[in-house]
Each structure stands twice: as C-alpha cells, then as structure tokens.
Design a protein around this ligand. Structure first.
Ligand code: XMP
Length: 319
C-alpha cells in the first residue's frame, strides 16, 4: 500500500522533528493502537523510546508474555514490564461494584505508570495511540449533557501533572488506517486483526467479586471459545468475542458424580464502532460444540449460556 508507505515516512519525519534527541515514554497495553504507535516511534527515534507496560494481572491467557516477547525480544524496544497483579488484585479484593472496580483499576494504573515513568531520566514526551475518533469524541462531548455509563480509564491528566508533552502520531487516522499502518510496519496480521480488549481487562468480565481462582477459570474458558471461533473461520466476522464468568455456581452431573461449579456466559457481537452491536448468530451446532468443549476442558465450569442481548439495550461488556 504505497499511500500508507508515504504516510509512514511522513509520520516518522514529524516525530523526529518534534522530539529531536530527547526521550519519549510510551504506555503499552498490548492493544493495536498503542502497539502501532510504539513501533512507529521506535522506527523514528530508536532507543530514545522506552515503553511502559502496566500489567494489572487482568489480562488473557499468555497475553503478558506475548507482549513482552514481541516488543522486547522481537522488536528490541526498551520495555519496562510492571508486573503488578498483586497490587491490583489486592485492591480489588471484596469489590463487586462495577464502577468501583473501574475506578480502583484506573487510579492504580495511573499511579504505577507515573512511578515507572519517573524512573526514566530526562523523558520529556509521552506517546499515546490516540486516534481521530477519540479526538472527535472528546470535542463533541465537552460541554454537552453527558451520562456516564461506564468510566473508561486512560492516562488523562498525567501529561500535565508530569510536565510531559504529547506525541500522538495516530491522531489523524481511523482504526482501519491504523491497521494498514501496522501492516506497513511489519506487525503480524494475527496481531493487527485482534478484537478490542477493554482497559480494565477481565475485571469487567467477572461480575461480582474477583478472585484469582475465577480469573484462572475465565482465562481458560475464553481461550477455548476463541479457539472455536478461529477454527470455524469466524474470527474476522466478529467485532468482539469473550467469556464472562458468572457469580453463581450451579449443579451438574459428570460421569456418575455431582458437580457444583461456576456458570459462564459466551458473548460475541458484530459492530462497526462499538457504539451499537448485534449478538452474533452462531449455529446451534457451533454453540453446542463450544459448550461441550468448555465444560470438558475447563475445570470449574459446568454450565454454559449464550448472551443474545444486543446493544442497546445491553452493553458489549457485562460491566
Ligand atoms: P460497552 O461495554 O460500553 O463497550 O458496550 C464498548 C466498547 O468499549 C470497550 N470498553 C473499554 N475500552 N477501556 C477501554 O479501553 C474501558 O474502560 C472500556 N470499557 C469498555 C468494550 O470492550 C467495547 O469494545
């Protein structure tokens, strides 16, 4: 794609011009936007860039390892992996209110990010993977009446607090253009096509109290569901798919014994922008096969339901 190639060169030129020989910090979440921003900036200024990956212990199966392997080992980008699962899960102990979960995670995230960023001596810039729709949204929402359905977390306010200037090389791009730029930069196709994943991670897919036990069960069930979707060639037709572990245990029968384990809900939707969504019309065969696999392969789950709520009136995530 020659247009993206020239866009890339121009973006690199602009980053060099803005940053000169100074240092940049980039928050890395493992998502497509921050990853593309990081790789682009690294091409522009090399080791003047340091990435900070705040790992809240609420990521999917093997996800943290994959982020570290890709950025540190494959791209050789200086990366600080702040493994803070104990801190986050400790603070979330006994918390079941969705907004308190979100706020707890958001606040700790900023604290940890700031602590790690301050260790990077002489950093003057903070890089963000802000896209054009984010820019528009923050403008059109300001001043108008607003209803907070869910408080999203980001590092808003931190640049001023730390006296950092922003580097936002994706500000003019839409999501599909960011993906094209990512391909231009050589990021793996499987990575670029990944479904969105929310900042608070698995916390909002675990209604009720979060425990390590539940998170482990959830990770395994989610991996089976995604594997099923990939095997049936459906991944790219779906906007987002995941499992939620429900805060209820139900009675079942396995072999000649009684089970008393968690129930889970499968969620899969189609959407253009995440603002509205329809549940995905899987065949009954697919659903039956997936439920059987999850219950057989994941110890701790003995019942599986499919969420057929569209947005609105539902939201995509459960919290
Ligand atoms: P809902 O659940 O509100 O989600 O229908 C719409 C889209 O936003 C994602 N989402 C988030 N993304 N931080 C994020 O970065 C958040 O706090 C957050 N909450 C929801 C959700 O996964 C879906 O794609």
């Amino acid at each position: 794609d020659w247009t993206m190639a020239s866009y890339k060169d121009e973006a690199i030129r602009k980053i060099r011009e803005q940053v000169g020989d100074r240092r940049v910090i980039c928050g890395l979440s493992g998502g497509v936007d921050s990853s593309v921003a990081a790789v682009l900036i690294h091409e522009a200024i090399g080791d003047q860039l340091t990435c900070v990956f705040v790992d809240h212990g609420l990521l999917r199966l093997n996800e943290a390892d994959e982020v570290v392997t890709m950025f540190r080992d494959h791209y050789n980008i200086p990366l600080i992996h702040a493994d803070e699962a104990d801190l986050f899960l400790g603070a979330l102990e006994g918390v079941s209110d969705p907004e308190i979960k979100r706020k707890t995670i958001g606040k700790l995230f900023i604290d940890v990010f700031q602590r790690e960023a301050e260790k990077i001596e002489g950093a003057e810039f903070l890089a963000q993977g802000t896209l054009y729709p984010d820019v528009i949204e923050s403008v059109s929402f300001s001043g108008g009446p607003s209803v907070t359905i869910k408080s999203h977390h980001n590092v808003g306010g931190l640049p001023e607090k730390m006296g950092l200037k922003l580097v936002e090389p994706l500000r003019e791009l839409f999501k599909d253009e960011v993906r094209a730029l990512g391909r231009e930069l050589g990021l793996p196709a499987s990575f670029i096509g990944r479904h969105p994943f929310p900042g608070p991670g698995l916390a909002i897919r675990c209604p009720g109290e979060i425990t390590r036990d539940k998170l482990e069960i959830l990770r395994k069930a989610d991996a089976v569901f995604i594997d099923q979707i990939r095997k049936h060639g459906l991944y790219d037709e779906i906007w987002q798919a995941f499992v939620a572990i429900l805060p209820v245990r139900t009675v079942g029968v396995m072999g000649d014994g009684r089970t008393y384990d968690y129930a889970c809900a499968l969620r899969a939707v189609t959407s253009v922008d995440g603002m509205t969504a329809d549940y995905y019309p899987f065949t009954h065969e697919f659903l039956g096969e997936t439920a059987t696999r999850i219950i057989n392969e994941v110890k701790g789950i003995n019942r599986c339901t499919y969420d057929i709520t569209s947005k609105p009136p539902g939201t995509i995530e459960w919290e």
